[in-house]
Design a protein around this ligand. Structure first.
Ligand code: SAM
Ligand code: CA
Length: 260
């Protein structure tokens, strides 16, 4: 294959947004040409140099178990796991929540960062996937920090809000579930997280689809959730109760620090 043929076949493979991680998505792949930034290579460099060599053995094991699962595209990336772990330590988080567990990669990154008496209220509609990663979490000696609840998260948040002691009691919340509910979560979480606490919304760059042209060939689920993500991003940017910072880590994560 000539080099121009190889380049066009490579470009064709990147026509479809939503088939891979953010750094390999179509919009950012194109940006690579516009800005001469070798983004996918930078991603590989970062993983090989900074992330994998420092990844705890248990997280590596969980990542490898998850890689064999049919829905592995849902897992948190290793660089984002490293970021969450560092962030939780920086803010001295102790009482936390996670919405959307899957096999538990971000949950384990969180559990490892918390002090021994730290807590994670973890919610997911699917217990089976959580139980796939649970033996690794148990072996790592951090399962006692986790209170897993099977079922939709919204009713759990509503119940928490009825308890005055729970209001303003969380240091950190990681939201990584149904994107069409993020603003419903936001409404409730702002009362549950303490002033100065952080809510992190995951996938806020949504496979790069937030900048995809209207006629881009998006996967169905990417197209369906894109408007919700766009709406969320606008709403967070306009919300005076929080300070925000959107980072291009993983598939994009927006940190919201409650200030009111
Ligand atoms: N944080 C996980 C990790 O590190 O692997 C990935 C979470 S995955 C992207 C999204 C998860 O949200 C799925 O496991 C799904 O079952 C869960 N989910 C979807 N709707 C939900 C809901 N209404 N309440 C709680 N969990 C939900
Ligand atoms: Ca995610």
């Amino acid at each position: 294959m000539s080099s121009s043929e190889s380049e066009s076949s490579q470009q064709r493979r990147h026509q479809e947004v939503g088939h891979k991680s953010l750094l390999q998505s179509d919009a950012l792949y194109q940006a690579r040409f516009f800005d001469s930034l070798p983004i996918p290579s930078l991603c590989a460099y970062m993983l090989e140099t900074t992330v994998y060599p420092r990844e705890p053995e248990c997280m590596k094991e969980l990542r490898e178990i998850t890689a064999n699962h049919p829905w592995n595209i849902m897992t948190t990336s290793a660089d984002e796991g490293q970021f969450l772990n560092m962030l939780l330590k920086l803010i001295n988080a102790k009482n936390t929540m996670e919405i959307g567990v899957y096999t538990g990669y971000s949950l384990l990154a969180t559990a490892l960062a918390l002090p021994d008496d730290g807590k994670i209220l973890a919610m997911d509609i699917n217990r089976e996937n959580y139980e796939l990663g649970l033996p690794v979490i148990e072996k790592a000696g951090v399962a006692h920090k986790i209170d897993f609840r099977e079922g939709p998260a919204l009713p759990v948040l509503d119940l928490l809000l009825e308890d005055e002691k729970k209001q303003g009691s969380f240091d950190f919340v990681f939201v990584d579930a149904d994107k069409d509910n993020y603003l419903n979560y936001h409404k409730r979480l702002l009362e549950l997280v303490k002033v100065g606490g952080v809510i992190a919304y995951d996938n806020t760059l949504w496979n790069g689809s937030v900048v995809a042209p209207p006629d881009a060939p998006l996967r169905k689920y990417v197209r369906y959730y894109r408007d919700f993500v766009l709406h969320l991003n606008r709403a967070l940017a306009a919300d005076p109760r929080i300070e925000i910072c959107q980072l291009p880590v993983g598939d994009g994560v927006t940190l919201c620090r409650r200030i009111k």
